[in-house]
Design a protein around this ligand. Structure first.
Ligand code: PMV
Length: 325
């Protein structure tokens, strides 16, 4: 009863920030994202009567908080399979976790698929997305392929993600720029609970549907300038909400701000590159194929850039035979 799955992380152009139901992880708004080819998690799950507890190893370490969250997610899957077998879970990320690169998205998508397969449950993509969402909201979007929309839904069964376009629809690049691998002090899950304390939150909700339509239209037309500008404004809007929440959430470091200014300077000089950010200090630089080599060369000269990961659109979660134990 062992299975392994690989799932990509994803970057949202229209973000998920705020929930309408905390327990079910129903989002306050829909979101649109792209799965990332270079940021992924591989997870092996084995259920066996020889285990007395859930044993969870992530990137070689055991963490009590992570084990509790994984175990709670396995409980949802055990309930469907009508079993109380405990499991061994080994998971590895291809990138630094807990730094704002959405390892919870790839992690919970891979965990969901591996656990479901290990228990031989025959679930549809939609059902997998609904399940993954309950582990970590953004994980719902790492299940389908390529460019994805997560419909907010009003109930658990109507809140899931589906593929808008396959990965080969558009060779968009997301160059992840790692400026530090320091772990964030407030998780996205906790930060999300503060969203409504910002005075800007309600304003955001007024025009979010319009923004979602614009993002989908820009994706359909492969209009880079429009999508890039929308994604960047959206990232700053989300961070404006974080900064004005109480207690405030400040995820940026000096290097983040230096790099934001650098991108703006490059853009002024004519380099078509936009940025987006999640809950962390690292930055996603968005560009098209004709710009990516020049961007990489420029990045090499910046002293605060520790690592770059070049991503193109990726398929969603998939099964693998490369078991980790
Ligand atoms: O799924 P969570 O709880 O890690 O929240 C993800 C939140 C953001 O990454 C900041 C935005 C998004 O839509 O991915």
């Amino acid at each position: 009863m062992k299975a392994t799955a690989i799932a990509p992380s994803n970057i949202a152009f229209v973000k998920y920030w705020g929930k309408s139901d905390e327990t079910l992880r129903l989002p306050a708004n829909g979101s649109v994202s792209m799965n990332l080819s270079g940021l992924y998690t591989i997870t092996t799950v084995e259920f066996s009567s020889s285990y007395t507890t859930d044993d969870v190893v992530i990137d070689g370490s055991v963490h009590e908080k992570a084990t509790a969250r994984v175990s709670a997610h396995l409980d949802r899957i055990r309930a469907i399979a009508n079993t109380n077998l405990r499991a061994k879970v080994v998971s590895k990320n291809s990138f630094p976790s807990g730094t704002g690169l959405s390892s919870s998205a790839s992690g919970f998508a891979a965990l969901t698929k591996a656990a479901v397969d290990a228990l031989s449950l025959n679930l549809s993509e939609q059902e997998l997305s609904i399940l993954a969402r309950q582990g970590s909201g953004s994980a719902a979007r790492s299940i389908p392929d390529g460019f994805v929309e997560w419909i907010k839904g009003a109930t658990s069964d109507s809140s899931y993600a589906y593929s808008l376009y396959p990965p080969d629809h558009w060779k968009l690049y997301d160059v992840v720029v790692i400026v530090s691998d320091e772990k964030k002090s407030v998780s996205s899950a906790e930060g999300q609970t503060r969203a409504e304390t910002s005075v800007f939150y309600e304003t955001r909700m007024h025009y979010i549907e319009q923004k979602l339509s614009e993002a989908k239209d820009a994706l359909k037309k492969k209009d880079f300038e429009r999508l890039g500008a929308l994604a960047e404004r959206e990232a700053f809007e989300m961070h404006a909400i974080m900064l004005t929440s109480w207690p405030p959430l400040v995820y940026w470091t000096e290097a983040t701000i230096a790099f934001i200014k650098q991108i703006h300077a490059w853009r002024k000089e004519g380099l078509p590159v936009y940025l987006t950010l999640n809950t962390g200090q690292d930055i996603h630089a968005l560009c098209e194929e004709q710009t990516v080599h020049r961007l990489q060369a420029l990045l090499r000269d910046l002293p605060y850039v520790k690592q770059i990961i070049v991503n193109t659109p990726s398929t969603g979660v998939r099964q693998s035979n490369a078991h980790l134990f």
